[in-house]
Design a protein around this ligand. Structure first.
Ligand code: NAG
Ligand code: MG
Length: 274
Protein backbone atom coordinates (compact mmCIF):
# COMPACT_ATOMS: atom_id res chain seq x y z
CA UNK A 1 0.00 0.00 0.00
CA UNK A 2 2.68 2.48 1.09
CA UNK A 3 4.80 1.55 -1.92
CA UNK A 4 1.88 2.16 -4.30
CA UNK A 5 1.25 5.58 -2.79
CA UNK A 6 4.94 6.39 -3.01
CA UNK A 7 5.02 5.56 -6.74
CA UNK A 8 1.91 7.64 -7.28
CA UNK A 9 3.44 10.59 -5.43
CA UNK A 10 6.69 10.36 -7.38
CA UNK A 11 4.72 10.23 -10.62
CA UNK A 12 2.71 13.30 -9.61
CA UNK A 13 5.77 15.28 -8.61
CA UNK A 14 7.62 14.21 -11.77
CA UNK A 15 4.75 15.29 -14.05
CA UNK A 16 4.22 18.60 -12.24
CA UNK A 17 7.94 19.33 -12.55
CA UNK A 18 7.98 18.91 -16.36
CA UNK A 19 8.92 22.58 -16.94
CA UNK A 20 12.17 22.26 -14.98
CA UNK A 21 15.49 21.38 -16.67
CA UNK A 22 16.14 17.59 -16.65
CA UNK A 23 18.82 17.74 -13.91
CA UNK A 24 16.52 19.62 -11.53
CA UNK A 25 13.63 17.39 -12.47
CA UNK A 26 15.66 14.41 -11.37
CA UNK A 27 16.64 16.10 -8.09
CA UNK A 28 13.06 17.04 -7.37
CA UNK A 29 11.84 13.53 -7.97
CA UNK A 30 14.65 12.08 -5.84
CA UNK A 31 13.87 14.55 -3.03
CA UNK A 32 10.20 13.65 -3.23
CA UNK A 33 11.03 9.97 -2.80
CA UNK A 34 13.16 10.82 0.23
CA UNK A 35 10.50 13.09 1.75
CA UNK A 36 7.72 10.63 1.08
CA UNK A 37 9.77 7.85 2.67
CA UNK A 38 10.40 10.06 5.72
CA UNK A 39 6.73 10.99 5.93
CA UNK A 40 5.74 7.32 5.79
CA UNK A 41 8.26 6.51 8.52
CA UNK A 42 7.01 9.32 10.78
CA UNK A 43 3.42 8.36 10.17
CA UNK A 44 4.16 4.74 10.96
CA UNK A 45 6.06 5.64 14.13
CA UNK A 46 3.51 8.06 15.55
CA UNK A 47 1.04 5.53 17.02
CA UNK A 48 3.96 3.69 18.62
CA UNK A 49 5.57 6.79 20.13
CA UNK A 50 2.28 8.37 21.13
CA UNK A 51 1.94 11.58 23.12
CA UNK A 52 0.24 12.63 26.31
CA UNK A 53 -2.85 13.64 24.39
CA UNK A 54 -3.12 10.36 22.54
CA UNK A 55 -3.31 8.40 25.79
CA UNK A 56 -6.97 9.27 26.09
CA UNK A 57 -9.37 9.65 23.19
CA UNK A 58 -13.06 10.06 22.82
CA UNK A 59 -14.71 10.47 19.48
CA UNK A 60 -11.26 10.68 17.91
CA UNK A 61 -10.28 13.80 19.85
CA UNK A 62 -7.10 13.60 21.88
CA UNK A 63 -7.14 14.98 25.41
CA UNK A 64 -4.70 17.79 24.72
CA UNK A 65 -6.83 18.94 21.78
CA UNK A 66 -9.88 18.75 24.00
CA UNK A 67 -8.13 20.84 26.68
CA UNK A 68 -7.07 23.45 24.13
CA UNK A 69 -10.67 23.70 22.86
CA UNK A 70 -11.82 24.20 26.45
CA UNK A 71 -9.28 26.92 27.18
CA UNK A 72 -10.00 28.74 23.93
CA UNK A 73 -13.75 28.61 24.72
CA UNK A 74 -14.50 26.66 21.59
CA UNK A 75 -15.96 23.94 23.78
CA UNK A 76 -18.76 25.33 25.97
CA UNK A 77 -21.38 24.08 28.37
CA UNK A 78 -19.62 20.77 28.89
CA UNK A 79 -20.55 18.86 32.04
CA UNK A 80 -17.70 16.48 32.64
CA UNK A 81 -14.17 15.82 31.49
CA UNK A 82 -14.20 12.88 29.03
CA UNK A 83 -13.79 9.72 31.09
CA UNK A 84 -10.75 8.67 29.06
CA UNK A 85 -9.02 11.94 29.93
CA UNK A 86 -8.95 11.48 33.71
CA UNK A 87 -5.31 10.40 33.63
CA UNK A 88 -4.37 13.18 31.23
CA UNK A 89 -6.03 15.91 33.33
CA UNK A 90 -4.58 14.44 36.52
CA UNK A 91 -1.07 14.54 35.08
CA UNK A 92 -1.65 18.06 33.78
CA UNK A 93 -2.86 19.33 37.16
CA UNK A 94 -0.30 17.58 39.35
CA UNK A 95 2.69 17.19 37.07
CA UNK A 96 3.84 20.79 36.82
CA UNK A 97 2.18 21.76 33.54
CA UNK A 98 -0.70 23.53 35.27
CA UNK A 99 1.70 25.53 37.43
CA UNK A 100 3.81 26.49 34.41
CA UNK A 101 0.75 27.60 32.42
CA UNK A 102 -0.46 29.64 35.40
CA UNK A 103 2.96 31.25 35.76
CA UNK A 104 2.86 32.54 32.19
CA UNK A 105 -0.56 34.11 32.84
CA UNK A 106 0.61 35.78 36.05
CA UNK A 107 3.87 36.99 34.51
CA UNK A 108 1.80 38.75 31.85
CA UNK A 109 -0.56 40.19 34.46
CA UNK A 110 2.31 41.55 36.53
CA UNK A 111 4.04 43.07 33.50
CA UNK A 112 0.76 44.74 32.57
CA UNK A 113 0.13 46.01 36.12
CA UNK A 114 3.65 47.40 36.42
CA UNK A 115 3.09 49.39 33.24
CA UNK A 116 -0.10 51.06 34.47
CA UNK A 117 -0.16 54.75 35.31
CA UNK A 118 -2.34 55.01 38.38
CA UNK A 119 -4.56 58.00 39.00
CA UNK A 120 -3.44 58.36 42.59
CA UNK A 121 -6.95 58.39 44.01
CA UNK A 122 -6.69 54.82 45.25
CA UNK A 123 -9.70 53.79 43.17
CA UNK A 124 -7.99 51.20 41.00
CA UNK A 125 -9.07 47.65 41.77
CA UNK A 126 -8.30 44.21 40.40
CA UNK A 127 -11.02 41.56 40.47
CA UNK A 128 -10.04 38.07 41.62
CA UNK A 129 -12.20 35.01 41.35
CA UNK A 130 -11.72 32.56 44.24
CA UNK A 131 -12.12 28.88 43.28
CA UNK A 132 -9.32 27.64 40.99
CA UNK A 133 -8.05 31.21 40.89
CA UNK A 134 -7.10 32.27 44.43
CA UNK A 135 -7.76 28.97 46.17
CA UNK A 136 -7.30 25.51 44.70
CA UNK A 137 -9.84 22.73 45.11
CA UNK A 138 -7.42 20.24 43.65
CA UNK A 139 -7.41 18.16 46.87
CA UNK A 140 -11.12 17.59 46.26
CA UNK A 141 -10.92 17.02 42.53
CA UNK A 142 -7.96 14.66 42.86
CA UNK A 143 -10.21 12.30 44.83
CA UNK A 144 -13.23 12.85 42.57
CA UNK A 145 -11.91 11.92 39.15
CA UNK A 146 -10.41 15.29 38.12
CA UNK A 147 -13.75 16.46 36.74
CA UNK A 148 -14.76 13.21 35.03
CA UNK A 149 -17.64 12.75 37.50
CA UNK A 150 -20.73 15.01 37.47
CA UNK A 151 -20.63 17.91 39.93
CA UNK A 152 -21.88 16.88 43.36
CA UNK A 153 -22.88 20.00 45.32
CA UNK A 154 -23.19 18.05 48.58
CA UNK A 155 -19.71 16.59 48.63
CA UNK A 156 -18.12 19.71 47.16
CA UNK A 157 -19.66 21.96 49.81
CA UNK A 158 -18.52 19.53 52.49
CA UNK A 159 -15.02 20.14 51.21
CA UNK A 160 -15.48 23.94 51.04
CA UNK A 161 -16.63 24.23 54.65
CA UNK A 162 -13.44 22.52 55.80
CA UNK A 163 -11.73 25.75 54.75
CA UNK A 164 -8.61 23.83 53.82
CA UNK A 165 -8.21 24.76 50.16
CA UNK A 166 -4.58 25.70 49.43
CA UNK A 167 -3.63 28.99 47.81
CA UNK A 168 -2.64 29.00 44.17
CA UNK A 169 0.92 30.28 44.47
CA UNK A 170 1.09 32.11 41.16
CA UNK A 171 -2.13 34.00 41.83
CA UNK A 172 -0.91 34.86 45.30
CA UNK A 173 2.23 36.32 43.76
CA UNK A 174 0.04 38.60 41.61
CA UNK A 175 -2.17 39.49 44.58
CA UNK A 176 0.81 40.65 46.66
CA UNK A 177 2.39 42.49 43.77
CA UNK A 178 -0.80 44.47 43.13
CA UNK A 179 -1.02 45.55 46.76
CA UNK A 180 2.60 46.69 46.60
CA UNK A 181 1.75 48.70 43.47
CA UNK A 182 -1.28 50.32 45.13
CA UNK A 183 -3.95 48.37 43.25
CA UNK A 184 -6.63 46.98 45.54
CA UNK A 185 -7.74 43.36 45.16
CA UNK A 186 -11.48 42.65 45.18
CA UNK A 187 -12.66 39.06 45.47
CA UNK A 188 -15.74 38.29 43.39
CA UNK A 189 -16.95 34.72 43.78
CA UNK A 190 -19.85 32.47 42.97
CA UNK A 191 -19.61 31.15 46.53
CA UNK A 192 -22.66 32.18 48.50
CA UNK A 193 -22.98 34.64 51.38
CA UNK A 194 -23.47 31.81 53.91
CA UNK A 195 -19.91 30.69 53.11
CA UNK A 196 -18.39 34.09 53.93
CA UNK A 197 -16.91 33.18 57.32
CA UNK A 198 -15.27 29.96 56.15
CA UNK A 199 -14.04 31.63 52.96
CA UNK A 200 -12.43 34.48 54.91
CA UNK A 201 -10.87 31.96 57.31
CA UNK A 202 -9.56 29.87 54.41
CA UNK A 203 -8.12 32.90 52.61
CA UNK A 204 -6.41 34.16 55.78
CA UNK A 205 -5.03 30.73 56.67
CA UNK A 206 -3.49 30.61 53.22
CA UNK A 207 -1.78 33.95 53.65
CA UNK A 208 -4.15 36.29 51.82
CA UNK A 209 -4.65 39.66 53.49
CA UNK A 210 -5.27 43.24 52.49
CA UNK A 211 -8.16 42.75 50.08
CA UNK A 212 -10.59 45.62 49.69
CA UNK A 213 -13.85 43.67 49.27
CA UNK A 214 -15.12 40.13 49.28
CA UNK A 215 -18.25 39.92 47.13
CA UNK A 216 -20.28 36.73 47.52
CA UNK A 217 -23.52 35.72 45.83
CA UNK A 218 -26.71 36.14 47.87
CA UNK A 219 -28.18 32.77 48.90
CA UNK A 220 -30.85 31.71 46.41
CA UNK A 221 -29.78 34.32 43.83
CA UNK A 222 -30.72 32.99 40.41
CA UNK A 223 -28.69 34.27 37.51
CA UNK A 224 -26.00 32.98 35.22
CA UNK A 225 -22.43 33.45 36.40
CA UNK A 226 -21.86 36.01 33.65
CA UNK A 227 -24.93 38.05 34.63
CA UNK A 228 -24.08 37.91 38.34
CA UNK A 229 -20.40 38.77 37.99
CA UNK A 230 -20.76 41.46 35.35
CA UNK A 231 -23.54 42.99 37.46
CA UNK A 232 -21.22 43.18 40.46
CA UNK A 233 -18.46 44.72 38.35
CA UNK A 234 -20.97 47.28 37.08
CA UNK A 235 -21.77 48.22 40.69
CA UNK A 236 -18.08 48.64 41.43
CA UNK A 237 -17.68 50.90 38.44
CA UNK A 238 -20.79 52.91 39.33
CA UNK A 239 -19.33 53.41 42.81
CA UNK A 240 -16.29 55.06 41.24
CA UNK A 241 -13.85 52.16 41.14
CA UNK A 242 -11.68 51.60 38.11
CA UNK A 243 -11.32 47.90 37.30
CA UNK A 244 -7.84 47.76 35.83
CA UNK A 245 -7.66 43.97 35.78
CA UNK A 246 -9.76 40.87 36.19
CA UNK A 247 -8.51 37.30 36.62
CA UNK A 248 -10.40 34.03 36.77
CA UNK A 249 -10.30 30.41 35.69
CA UNK A 250 -13.70 30.48 33.94
CA UNK A 251 -14.76 32.37 30.85
CA UNK A 252 -17.79 33.48 32.86
CA UNK A 253 -15.37 35.37 35.13
CA UNK A 254 -14.12 37.54 32.31
CA UNK A 255 -17.06 37.88 29.90
CA UNK A 256 -19.84 40.48 30.24
CA UNK A 257 -19.37 44.25 30.36
CA UNK A 258 -17.74 45.81 32.20
CA UNK A 259 -15.06 43.11 32.02
CA UNK A 260 -12.26 45.25 33.37
CA UNK A 261 -9.58 47.04 31.36
CA UNK A 262 -7.75 43.75 30.86
CA UNK A 263 -8.71 40.17 31.60
CA UNK A 264 -6.60 37.13 32.38
CA UNK A 265 -7.73 33.53 32.02
CA UNK A 266 -6.13 30.91 34.22
CA UNK A 267 -6.25 27.30 33.09
CA UNK A 268 -8.99 24.99 34.31
CA UNK A 269 -9.55 21.73 32.48
CA UNK A 270 -11.64 20.24 35.33
CA UNK A 271 -15.01 22.00 35.11
CA UNK A 272 -17.06 24.57 33.23
CA UNK A 273 -19.32 27.21 34.78
CA UNK A 274 -21.63 28.89 32.28
C1 NAG B 1 -22.81 13.26 46.56
O1 NAG B 1 -22.04 13.36 47.72
C2 NAG B 1 -22.70 12.90 48.88
C3 NAG B 1 -21.81 13.23 50.07
O2 NAG B 1 -20.53 12.68 49.93
C4 NAG B 1 -23.00 11.43 48.74
O3 NAG B 1 -23.66 10.94 49.89
C5 NAG B 1 -23.85 11.21 47.51
O4 NAG B 1 -24.05 9.82 47.31
C6 NAG B 1 -23.21 11.82 46.29
N1 NAG B 1 -24.12 11.77 45.18
C7 NAG B 1 -23.83 11.16 44.05
C8 NAG B 1 -24.86 11.20 43.00
O5 NAG B 1 -22.75 10.61 43.86
MG1 MG C 1 -13.24 29.95 39.64
Amino acid sequence: MAATRLVLLVALVATSAWELPPSLRMATAAQAVEQAAAAVAIHALRPLVGSAGDLGRRGGVSCDSWRLAVEAHNKRDWRTVPADCEGYVGHYMLGGHYRRDSRVVVDEAIAYAEGLKLGGGGKEVWVFDIDETSLSNLPYYATHGFGTKPYNATSFNEYVVEGSAPALPETQRLFRKLIALGIKPVFLTGRTEDQRAITVANLRRQGYSGWDKLLLKPVGFKATAIAYKSGERRKLQDAGYVIVGNIGDQWSDILGAPEGARTFKLPDPMYYIG
